[in-house]
Write a protein that binds this ligand. Structure first.
Ligand SMILES: Cc1cc2nc3c(=O)[nH]c(=O)nc-3n(C[C@H](O)[C@H](O)[C@H](O)COP(=O)(O)OP(=O)(O)OC[C@H]3O[C@@H](n4cnc5c(N)ncnc54)[C@H](O)[C@@H]3O)c2cc1C
Length: 450
């Protein structure tokens, strides 16, 4: 099978690249092995919350030029300010038009969201039922917070959230309480309550009578002046429709918090991207895994460069897939996009060069909760300025890396995971268009997708 572009990996970086590639009119396939990090994420898009040295960032655009000068090896410095913000706006627009609005502060500041621990974390874009608190927290206007525990649901702890929220000095004077609510449909589930996950509740809550019953109960415990913190327990193929109904029935101000995995907020993003990709004509090989590829001298290059000729997958075995260009968005250690052997770090599909060959003892900080980040989070594939990786020092010209398999940044400590994934996936397509003879590239527009 021959494609214009093949994307390896179905996380936020891979789907961004896939959607952008389809927009450019390219025949596109995504091969994706397993669950992406979105199933564990808050569903908010972090752009840049902290510098690598730990300094909090209020307005990413305002410090971006200084940031890229100071940290030239960071992926954002290679992508460039214009493309980073263009890609995030593009992502926001396509998701919003597809029914998952992504909202931000009008002044370009990050905002704070309440986490499942009852702490606050800054982010850039959030879904509509995430209450955006100002970075200058003392400017908040909350009068009362009601944290809702769902009876028998163990993956969210309302008391812990409450206990931690009351310790935030800026919430002094805010009444913060927690209360529990039963979902009637649980009684019909003949299973151990410990096995009850958010996705199970989401299934129950596709039933209109369950939604109405929950709305009635919520109205008895909170008023329209309150912020109602609820675990994210709706979605599962229904997007925001269930929460929209709950809101319409109650007129309450909800703040969803992700639960223990699976995170319905992240799944909503993934489901929407998959839907857009398939509807726009992309081929999705879900559940398949790229095992290896043939890499040989690039005949179009006068330098000593390489090109990826074809790739092989676990399911298609001896039937290789070929493309003019490939985007490698296989994720980090979390999804086995990268592997830590006892004595070396490895990229397992092509054995690409890594950005560090240092000894194991340098990969981690023995203090697990050290305030600065764990070094292994910044380890990844070594690339040139266009995100082409290298094999034994030689650049592979038609392979582009995107997302968390890249080295040079820490998605968690810097609060930039989805931002880097989106902007590098987007940027990779811009670059492969320069490689491709496809003449539709000039017509790159998001209208065709949505
Ligand atoms: C627990 C957790 C919570 C996070 N929360 C947030 C958050 O709230 N906001 C935020 O902005 N960022 C968050 N991040 C960071 C951010 O989610 C990640 O940086 C980002 O999602 C990475 O996306 P990705 O597409 O690069 O990789 P992934 O999401 O890891 O996707 C890679 C995909 O490639 C597949 N794959 C791997 N190898 C192969 C192969 N050989 N063949 C086929 N498929 C393959 C994997 O199965 C997977 O589906 C979080 C990260 C983690 C780990």
């Amino acid at each position: 099978m021959k494609f214009d572009s093949i994307i390896i990996g179905g996380g936020i970086a891979g789907y961004t690249a896939g959607l952008r590639s389809l927009e450019a009119g390219l025949k596109t396939a995504i091969i994706s092995n397993g669950q992406s990090a979105l199933h564990f994420s808050s569903g908010s898009i972090d752009l840049l919350s902290h510098t690598p040295t730990g300094k909090a960032i209020r307005n990413p655009a305002a410090i971006f030029d200084k940031f890229t000068n100071e940290f030239p090896l960071h992926p954002y410095s290679k992508v460039g300010k214009q493309t980073v913000f263009e890609s995030l706006n593009w992502y926001k627009n396509i998701l919003t038009t597809a029914g998952i609005p992504l909202l931000q502060q009008e002044d370009g500041d990050n905002h704070l969201r309440i986490t499942p621990l009852g702490t606050l974390k800054s982010t850039w874009l959030s879904q509509p039922y995430i209450h955006q608190l100002p970075m200058r927290l003392n400017e908040h206007t909350i009068k009362r917070i009601v944290v809702v525990q769902i009876d028998d649901f163990r993956d969210f702890n309302a008391k812990m959230v409450t206990d931690n929220l009351v310790q935030i000095p800026e919430f002094e004077g805010v009444e913060i309480t927690h209360t529990s609510v039963a979902i009637d449909g649980f009684s019909g589930l003949k299973r151990n309550a410990c096995e009850l996950r958010s996705i199970d509740i989401a299934r129950i809550l596709t039933n209109e009578s369950e939604i109405k019953a929950l709305a009635t109960k919520l109205k008895t415990i909170a008023t329209q002046d309150d912020l109602v913190v609820i675990p994210a327990i709706t979605g599962n193929g229904k997007g925001l429709s269930v929460l929209n109904k709950l809101h319409a029935l109650t007129q309450l101000t909800f703040h969803e918090v992700p639960t223990m995995p699976p995170s319905m907020l992240g799944i909503r993003l993934e489901e929407t991207m998959i839907d857009l990709f398939i509807k726009a004509g992309g081929m999705l090989l879900k559940g398949d895994q790229v095992t290896h590829g043939d890499i040989a001298k690039d005949n179009n290059s006068s330098n000593d460069e390489l090109s990826l000729k074809r790739i092989y997958t676990r399911n298609l075995e001896s039937m290789p897939l070929t493309a003019d260009n490939y985007i490698f968005a296989s994720g980090s250690f979390f999804n086995k996009g990268l592997i830590a052997q006892h004595d070396k770090l490895q990229e397992p599909v092509f054995n690409l060069d890594m950005n560090s060959n240092q000894a194991r003892s340098t990969w981690y900080n023995p203090q697990f909760f050290a305030p600065n980040s764990q070094p292994f989070l910044s380890l990844g594939i070594k690339t040139n300025h266009n995100f082409n990786p290298m094999l034994a020092g030689k650049v592979i010209t038609n392979l582009f890396c995107a997302g968390s398999n890249l080295g040079g940044y820490d998605p968690i400590a810097e609060g930039c995971g989805s931002g880097v994934a989106i902007s590098t996936g987007y940027h990779a397509v811009n670059h492969l268009l320069q490689n491709t003879k496809h003449n539709q590239s000039q017509h790159l527009t998001s209208d065709s997708l949505v």
